[in-house]
Design a protein around this ligand. Structure first.
Ligand SMILES: *Cc1c(COP(=O)(O)O)cnc(C)c1O
Length: 378
């Protein structure tokens, strides 16, 4: 129940143990085709250039940024948490002239703020994080693509934590490029980064004057392997692709609407339980992510001691705060397979036990009762 990696279905782990075939084996090429088509489904896009980059979510971030910007290009990055900060760092290293749009941790950007910044800077790319895992805030994306496109810029969105947990509507929203990671709501081990590029992004890549600074992450070269040519580029991590293939099958089988509803249900039950014991969220209710619950550590509780006891006595991992939230918040994940009633109820009971060990008495019994009540009513 941390901020990722999430729980993994046994069939995904079993898929990883299948025999390793060659990266050009016809069987593996079919696995790749199916991974691509299921990723299009999850990203809600028809973009042909949708694939899994070999590497974790940060490799997906880097792949998007280095392919979209050339040295000297202007890029705006929304920084309201650790991952926006990372994107700005990556863009700077790629030679972009970066303008950061900043908000305190836990807050989100308004379309107006983005519009003002775009007018001021006239960037080539605007990068924004959909689900800030460091803060638990959900960035509304409606209207933003229109604003960015009107200024002739491209919209890049970090969907690492949002993909397969809340809707990521690449085509409807007009998102030009996006990246994710396998180990959050897709519930696969870490190691692959789904990415998707729309027609505007591909045109911008075709118009580049300079080579992409990263050979490994050059989408132009990767297109030859994941596209029709099947030209050797690097040895794909075969067994990781088996795992992602199976994880995506489970997502497709459940169905996106049911999967989003499941995340929302368990988030609401967890929230009912936490609030019944007097624990408050660090993000305004309107912007709370269902898969990442960031709450304020109650007075008198020792951050590390509670997390250690949860892990050692109950086998439950939760995350601590990052950056300025270190020591102030806990981050409770309900990502993918982890979003289950059994997890929510055990966690609430266990948390109460750990808090009472520290003489923090918060309405004993109330949390589990409130979560149970929520489940019974919904
Ligand atoms: C986890 C995460 C990343 C980085 O992914 P890694 O797999 O750790 O490299 C980037 N952005 C967001 C929003 C994340 O949650």
């Amino acid at each position: 129940m941390g901020p990722g990696p999430s729980g993994i279905h046994p069939s995904v782990l079993a898929a990883m143990a299948a025999p390793t075939v060659g990266h050009l084996d016809p069987y593996f090429l079919r696995v790749m085709d199916e991974v691509q088509s299921m990723l299009r489904h999850v990203f809600q896009t028809t973009n042909p250039m949708t694939m899994a980059v070999s590497g974790t979510g940060s490799a997906g971030m880097e792949a998007c940024v280095v392919n979209l910007v050339e040295p000297g290009d202007r890029m705006i990055v929304g920084v309201n948490g650790v991952f926006g900060g990372r994107m700005a760092d990556v863009a700077g290293r790629a030679g972009a002239i970066v303008t950061t749009l900043e908000r305190p941790f836990g807050e989100v950007f308004s379309p107006q703020e983005v519009a003002d910044a775009v007018k001021r800077v006239s960037p080539k790319v605007v990068g924004i994080v959909h689900a800030e895992t460091s803060t638990g805030a959900r960035q509304p994306l409606e209207e933003i693509a229109g604003i960015v496109h009107e200024a002739g810029a491209l919209l890049l969105v970090d969907c690492v934590t949002s993909l397969a947990g809340i809707p990521v509507e690449i085509d409807r929203l007009g998102i030009d490029a996006a990246y994710s990671g396998s180990q959050k709501c897709l519930s696969c081990p870490p190691g692959l980064a789904p990415v998707t590029f729309g027609p505007r992004a591909l045109e911008a890549m075709d118009r580049r004057r300079t080579k992409v600074a990263s050979w490994y992450l050059d989408i132009g070269l990767l297109r030859n392997y994941w596209g029709q040519n099947r030209a050797y580029h690097h040895t794909a991590p075969i067994n990781m692709n088996y795992a992602l293939h199976q994880a995506l099958r489970l997502v497709v089988e459940e169905g996106l609407p049911a999967r989003f509803a499941r995340h929302a249900l368990h988030h609401a039950a967890l929230r009912a339980g936490l609030e019944a014991m007097g624990i408050r969220y660090s993000v305004a209710a309107d912007n709370c992510l269902p898969m990442l619950n960031s709450v304020l550590i109650p007075d008198g509780a020792d951050d590390a001691a509670v997390r250690t006891q949860l892990l050692n006595q109950f086998g439950i991992e939760i995350g601590g705060g990052l950056g300025p939230m270190k020591g102030k918040t806990w981050r409770i994940g309900l990502m993918g397979e982890t979003a289950r009633m059994s997890h929510v109820l055990l966690f609430l009971a266990a948390l109460e036990q750990c808090l009472r060990h520290q003489r923090v008495h918060l309405a004993p019994g109330a949390a589990v009762a409130a979560a149970n009540q929520y489940y019974l009513a919904h």
